[in-house]
Design a binder for this molecule. Structure first.
Ligand code: SF4
Length: 350
């Protein structure tokens, strides 16, 4: 049985300070995992969610300079690209024909694209695929579009929402501490702006997700601060669908060990008591570690994914079938439940 003092939810006591959260990291991994698993099971029993989805990067041209990124290209690079609306439509049509019900659409900060392009991407997808769940754009892209178009965040988000956007992606949060951002993602928006974009989206009725890229140069205290800031915004708006702790794969030859990653996952579940879903995004966790993560507080394995290129990893299994996703969940002792992007569960899912 997990120790009582590791179960803030069951005692209605919240971990309120960064030092309390840092203290959790000193606890035994497996006790933390049991406490996180118990917190998850109180919400969802043995269910673990997955989605038949497709990640698509509409452009790899980016003027950013994130230290961990292996994806960005300069406009003159031979393999630089931007999808036209027609090319995107073709790609999505192929995915939908294969049963995909959610697209995750993100790309680089490409100065040759304007607000009309982004709105047109979304409007065209919505017009052609009424039931498709469209998750698109991180706060970093929304900030960029807002600045380039000289429109407020609210106006940009409202245009995209009106065109058919369902939900914002959660990327670009990295670690909120300025000290870390200056080194890891010096040209990205700061924490306050990231949070303001999600706050604005939530007020418009647009859901979103949140991430934390960890295991590079941040301290445990900075990790704790990141979680608390997310929890505070969720208390205010209740607009986040899920949280994805993302272990760094390649940062100045530093790679995170699996046990530390699992501990961070368990701590995330215990601290983020107002986030319904904690996801192990398997292309970064590896399928095997993600499977283990289901016993450390995660209730969602993401999905079939199809393509993930922001951080290149040694993991070659970026495409898996729905059958494999379900098998991985069952092997871990849980019940796979297919969901839509908004966590709606189709009647025939099981
Ligand atoms: S992570 Fe995103 S914003 Fe940063 S360099 Fe890569 S594509 Fe650009």
């Amino acid at each position: 049985m997990p120790r009582k003092d590791l179960l803030p939810q069951s005692e209605s006591v919240r971990l309120e300070t960064t030092s309390q959260i840092v203290g959790l990291f000193a606890r035994n991994l497996h006790e933390l995992g049991a406490a996180a698993c118990e917190a998850k099971q109180k919400r969802f029993g043995t269910k673990v969610f997955w989605v038949n989805n497709r990640h698509i990067n509409y452009t790899n041209i980016c003027q950013g300079s994130c230290a961990f990124c292996r994806f960005r290209r300069r406009p003159t690079d031979s393999d630089a690209y931007s999808l036209t609306v027609e090319q995107l439509l073709e790609t999505v049509a192929d995915a939908v024909a294969r049963g995909v019900c959610e697209v995750h659409l993100v790309g680089g900060l490409n100065a040759s694209l304007d607000l009309d392009y982004y709105v047109s991407l979304i409007r065209t997808l919505r017009k052609n695929f009424n039931d498709l769940f469209i998750k698109a754009f991180t706060a970093v892209e929304i900030d960029f579009i807002s600045q380039r178009s000289d429109q407020s965040l609210a106006v940009v988000l409202a245009h995209l929402q009106e065109a058919g956007l369902d939900c914002l992606a959660g990327g670009g949060a990295e670690i909120f501490a300025d000290r870390v951002r200056r080194e890891v993602c010096p040209t990205k928006l700061d924490a306050d702006r990231w949070l303001e974009i999600h706050r604005t989206a939530h007020r418009l009725g647009l859901a979103s997700n949140a991430t934390m890229l960890f295991g590079h140069m941040e301290t445990l205290s900075e990790r704790a601060d990141h979680l608390l800031r997310l929890r505070n915004l969720q208390d205010e708006t209740n607009g986040f669908l899920s949280f994805l702790p993302l272990p760094v794969v390649d940062f100045k030859d530093r790679a995170l060990d699996g046990l530390s990653a699992l501990k961070t996952l368990a701590v995330s579940r215990l601290v983020l008591d107002n986030f319904p879903h904690i996801k192990v995004f398997w292309p970064l966790w590896t399928l095997k570690l993600a499977q283990l993560g289901l016993s450390y507080g995660a209730d969602d394995l993401d999905g079939t994914v199809g393509q993930y290129k922001i951080v290149e990893s040694d993991h070659s299994e970026n495409v898996i079938t729905p059958e494999t996703v379900q098998q991985v969940i069952r092997q871990a002792g849980f019940e796979p439940v297919e969901r839509r992007g908004d966590y709606y569960i189709p009647a025939n899912s099981g």
